[in-house]
Ligand binder design. Structure first.
Ligand code: SAH
Length: 374
């Protein structure tokens, strides 16, 4: 029997798993709580280190379970301190996670899928076809790998370096709703990875039918990749707009549960030279979002090989920001981070490809052949 990975199971699932493994029903809630605390607060990587648990219990757990994180394939460190990890969830399933240190805080940019189905024209990930959704364990595992590398345990520590999580890595989180929800419940659990929901932001390209549920069931902060206020432009930049046009998207934003001046929606707006960056575009932007408690995050376009766009000129970004600002919206311009290691917004991509069953088989066979001494 293969050992089961406990990472990513909900608390009740972990409890059921240890009962299944022979732990008495009566003892299970407490045992599960102890394990949970070791795994998520202290970042235990094996059962041996859980020193307040009986030795034979630890040995028994070690036979049946693992605490496996995604495997770290490579780590790169930018000259601005940004760190990027390429992780592997299984053969041919690779994805990236980025840690962005800032004074007094540190943000982890987490992936939800390997590849993406959305094909946004300016996004590098969009050129990689969807391989598969990440599991809850692989999503939570990104936070745990980062904490391991940063020496950032316990999760409840006062001077922890990783203070915020943004679901802004590879993939569309609302197309992997159940797994993202399960993972973020562990990230937000005060007895788990212990980041409050206000410090977790989910970013979507605008999967309108899922936005309300995201608010009700996940309850994190919301970011919308808007990038254009007019359908003609947004249809091209974010093809999902043809399904859910701007008015419908903004209607869903207005109805986002818990929205208030203290809990604003972030609208992300990538600055593309000559495409969406005129002053008329800026005025149109503030017109369409009127009445929504919002801030606008202007993102200088980050280039990638073969990208069909250029970043707007700096003066243009400033003029654009001024119009947005005068309309009463905070409009910070996002400082590009980690561009030198292709870790900035929209630059993430892995080599993983979706193989047909026949191709997978052929690949396995050739690996086997390679192992046969010649
Ligand atoms: N699919 C989700 C999560 C990805 S978030 C979403 O679209 O919101 C990644 C953010 O970076 C999005 O706002 C995306 O539009 C933006 N982005 C993509 N490519 C970019 C690029 N080349 N330069 C700057 N920002 C980019």
């Amino acid at each position: 029997m293969f050992p089961t990975n406990l990472i990513g199971l909900p608390f009740e699932g972990l409890k059921a798993a240890i009962v299944e493994a022979g732990v008495a029903e009566k003892a299970a809630p407490m045992r599960a709580r102890q394990l949970w605390n070791w795994i998520y607060v202290h970042g235990a990587r094996d059962f041996v280190s859980m020193t307040n648990l009986a030795k034979d219990f630890r040995a028994h757990m070690a036979e049946r379970f693992t605490l496996a994180r995604p495997q770290v394939v490579t780590e790169q460190i930018s000259n601005d301190g940004t760190r990027k990890w390429l992780l592997r969830g299984g053969p041919g399933v690779e994805f990236e996670t980025v840690f962005i240190p800032e004074p007094g805080r540190g943000t982890l940019c987490v992936s939800s899928q390997v590849g993406c189905t959305l094909n946004c024209r300016f996004c590098h990930t969009g050129t990689q076809r969807l391989v598969r959704n990440l599991t809850p364990g692989e999503i939570v595992g990104q936070v745990m790998v980062a904490r391991d590398a940063l020496g950032d345990w316990p999760s409840t520590g006062e001077n922890r370096r990783l203070t915020n999580v943004v679901m802004m890595g590879m993939g569309e989180p609302l197309y992997n709703f159940e797994n993202v929800k399960a993972a973020l419940a562990i990230v937000a659990d005060g007895d788990g990875l212990a980041l409050s929901k206000r410090r977790i932001t989910l970013s979507t390209a605008g999967v309108v039918p899922m936005i309300r549920r995201a608010g009700e069931e996940i309850g994190s902060a919301l970011a919308i990749s808007l990038h254009a206020a007019r359908d003609e432009v947004r249809d091209i930049l974010v093809p999902l707009n043809r399904k859910y046009p701007v008015v419908e998207l903004l209607q869903a934003c207005r109805a986002y549960p818990g929205l208030s001046n203290a809990r604003r929606i972030t609208f992300e707006y990538v600055m593309l030279k000559g495409v969406n960056d005129t002053l008329a575009d800026a005025r149109e932007l503030v017109r369409v979002i009127r009445g929504i408690p919002a801030k606008i995050n202007l993102i200088p376009f980050n280039p990638w090989p073969g990208a069909p766009y250029e970043c707007s000129d700096w003066e243009q970004i400033e003029k654009f920001a001024e119009i947005v600002n005068r309309a009463g919206y905070a409009s910070p311009v996002r400082t590009p981070r980690g561009r030198d290691i292709m870790a900035a917004c929209g630059q993430l991509k892995s080599e993983s490809v979706k193989l047909r069953a026949s191709e997978r088989l052929a690949q396995l066979r050739s690996q086997e052949l390679a192992r046969i001494p010649g």
